[in-house]
Ligand binder design. Structure first.
Ligand code: MSP
Length: 641
């Protein structure tokens, strides 16, 4: 039976134009939905726009138009952008939709009738940018840290939702449900936040100050607070309380959000759902922020990245690939054109694109434009097939665990394994001897068949490019089903058209800092060195090869209480075996799949009968070893200096 997978993005404020951050959230949601579809799930993908509140009114006034005309215009920009980025949402909700307004009023009335909403006089500091009251302790030099403005002081009567009554319940939910918030550290942030008493939530704005909102059903003089209105979109979109979609998809809800709106989704929203009698969502998935050249994106810095301009430069699918591959979901990531082009050239042009192109060209040239026949399968083919069977399984697990960056890293690795297989089998030499023809067919068939699997895995990320790749492999336009992503299913004899490079190499736009600039800085620093210490020269340090490694597997050495033996990928096309004395501090499972720093040119030694070809670095705090990790998005083999 298929699983139900309902996923939402935040609904975006229409006070500014869509930028790369909005595009990322929507693309990652799109990709996860496409994967779940591929795995056979029944999916529903919701996005939309958040159109009420004070900051929208202020932006409309600046543009000199009425709020309704203003929100219609910007909402349409979001709606028009998504198909251009190959996003296939099932629904686009607007908080100005009449059905949404009716739902918000119905839920407010329900909670009011239960006696959980009350009126009181309130004085507080309000940040329009955040659209919420702020505590004085949150301010930095009197300003909101996110918007760099002083909040405004309001003293007025307002309606409050008794959120404080849900504190114990929420604490328990968080404690009991480990997987409710991903990655786990955001769950810890919420738990931490709940250590202070939860305040009741102000859910109204007097019309005397703000008219642009949903009127409270029980008091005409007020409109609904924009967050209370906005969060309910996730249920109103499905036709709560008795719509067919609501019955089918709720509460299998996964909310994809940026870390900036953790509190509203992790605290307000579950309390609101509980009060309204709706089952709480299944999972909150929280991603980090794209920063641009190391700085936060902001209008005033003029570094806001326009997704359409980036798409024109990289191509839509390559942009989608870069965004997913270079952001470890949950962490911040840096966005620069250079990084995007480097990733494109490394993974798409040189690795996967080259594989596709050369396997097709060599097969066409030697086998009348067709997929060659497969003859006797040897050890190299068996190994590659098994690597792929295992790889596809792991890939799926990464996607289900909301780690698309890891899944794509796996694909890049699998692709490089096929390239290495081709290099070691040397089909160009086999082609010269007629007695090697069967072997040539087997090698090229295997390369094409593995490429077909990679095309299937990459399809949800790069749908247009992979449709072209399927045509190039003679497969037609139909997507490849997930259970067909297994070796041996490519049909020999299939005709393949002449290949055009799918990912032609791109030029880097900005030159990197020259080596001499770097050295000059070093020379300056070295003059301040402490003479009493036993220093060694930079040249000595350079003798050491420090690299990022990826621990693929790890096991405990039975004969020893202290030693673990890891198989580490250093980007060399083979795995190194490295023994570490960390068994008292880490289990083999804990070390598996970690990204580590490795001294790569230590002379190999034998320890307890195992060859160790390097050293994994740990910090040593009075004998207690702690692994030093490299960020997930750094590739194995990258130099550390
Ligand atoms: N309207 C609210 C959300 C209401 S949901 C019931 C809102 N809108 S927003 O337009 O400000 O969008 C915020 C979201 O946009 C973030 O949570 C994140 O998903 C995305 N991003 C905005 N800037 C971003 C980056 N710099 N990087 C990555 N994503 C970011 O908040």
């Amino acid at each position: 039976m298929s699983d139900i997978f309902y996923i939402s993005t935040p609904i975006y404020y229409v006070n500014s134009h869509p930028h790369i951050g909005h595009a990322y959230t929507t693309i990652v949601t799109d990709v996860l939905t496409r994967f779940r579809k591929l795995f056979g799930d029944d999916t529903y993908f919701l996005t939309g726009t958040d159109e009420h509140g004070q900051k929208i009114v202020e932006s409309a006034a600046k543009s000199g138009i009425e709020p309704q005309e203003f929100v219609d215009k910007i909402s349409q920009e979001f709606r028009d952008m998504w198909p251009q980025l190959h996003i296939e949402n099932d629904q686009f909700i607007r908080t100005t939709d009449p059905e949404h307004k009716a739902c918000v009023q119905q839920i407010l009335q329900k909670i009011y009738d239960q006696g959980e909403i009350y009126l009181k006089e309130y004085e507080g500091l309000y940040c329009v940018g955040c659209e919420r009251f702020m505590d004085e302790s949150e301010l930095v030099d009197g300003n909101c840290p996110d918007h760099q403005n002083p909040p405004q002081l309001y003293k007025e009567q307002n309606y409050f939702f008794r959120m404080s009554a849900y504190q114990d319940w929420l604490e328990k939910e968080l404690a009991q449900n480990e997987n409710w918030v991903y990655p786990g550290r955001y769950r810890n942030e919420l738990t931490q936040f709940l250590k202070a008493p939860l305040q009741d939530l102000c859910i109204s704005r007097p019309k005397s100050r703000l008219e642009w909102g949903i009127e409270l059903p029980f008091d005409k003089n007020f409109v609904t607070y924009v967050w209370f209105d906005a969060l309910l979109n996730y249920a109103s979109a499905l036709g709560w309380p008795d719509g067919e979609k609501y019955k089918k998809y709720w509460p299998n809800v996964h909310h994809m959000i940026g870390k900036d709106i953790l509190k509203t989704h992790g605290i307000y929203w579950p309390c609101m759902l509980k009060a309204a009698g709706l089952p709480v969502f299944k999972k909150l998935v929280v991603h980090g922020h794209w920063v641009v050249g190391g700085s936060k994106m902001s209008k005033s810095l003029g570094n806001v990245v326009d997704p359409l301009a980036m798409k024109d430069q990289l191509g839509v699918d390559a942009l989608r690939y870069f965004l997913l591959r270079d952001m470890s979901l949950g962490e911040d990531a840096n966005f620069t054109e250079e990084l995007a082009v480097t990733r494109y050239n490394g993974d798409l042009a040189n690795n996967f694109g080259n594989l596709l192109n050369r396997s097709i060209s060599m097969s066409r040239n030697n086998f009348d434009g067709c997929v060659p026949p497969l003859s006797e399968v040897g050890e190299a083919e068996e190994n590659l097939r098994n690597t792929f069977i295992e790889g596809v399984k792991t890939f799926r697990e990464y996607i289900l665990a909301f780690q698309p960056h890891r899944a794509l890293e796996k694909v890049a690795w699998l692709s490089s394994q096929v390239n290495k297989y081709i290099d070691s089998c040397k089909p160009w030499s086999l082609a010269k001897q007629s007695e090697d023809r069967e072997r040539l067919g087997t090698v090229l068939y295997t390369a094409l068949d593995m490429t077909r699997i990679l095309v299937g895995l990459l399809d949800p990320v790069m749908p247009e490019k992979m449709s072209e790749a399927r045509k190039a492999l003679g497969l037609g336009t139909e997507k490849i089903e997930f259970d067909k992503l297994t070796p041996g299913l490519l049909e020999s004899g299939t005709e393949m058209p002449e290949p055009k490079p799918l990912f032609p190499k791109m030029k880097l736009l900005v030159e990197e800092k020259t080596a001499s600039e770097v050295t000059q800085t070093r020379e300056k620093v070295s003059t301040t060195a402490d003479e009493s210490k036993e220093w060694f020269a930079f040249d000595d340090f350079q003798k050491m090869e420090l690299k990022v490694g990826h621990i693929k597997t790890c096991r405990k050495l039975e004969k020893s209480a202290k030693l673990l033996c890891s198989e580490v990928d250093l980007g060399e096309g083979r795995l190194r075996s490295i023994v570490s004395g960390a068994a008292e501090f880490y289990t083999a499972e804990e070390l598996t799949d970690r990204r580590v720093l490795v001294v790569a040119n230590l002379k190999p030694v034998k320890l307890m009968g195992e060859v160790s070809e390097g050293m994994i670095l740990f910090s040593d705090d009075k004998g207690k070893l702690v692994l030093i990790e490299a960020p997930d998005h750094v590739n194995p083999g990258v130099t550390v200096r």
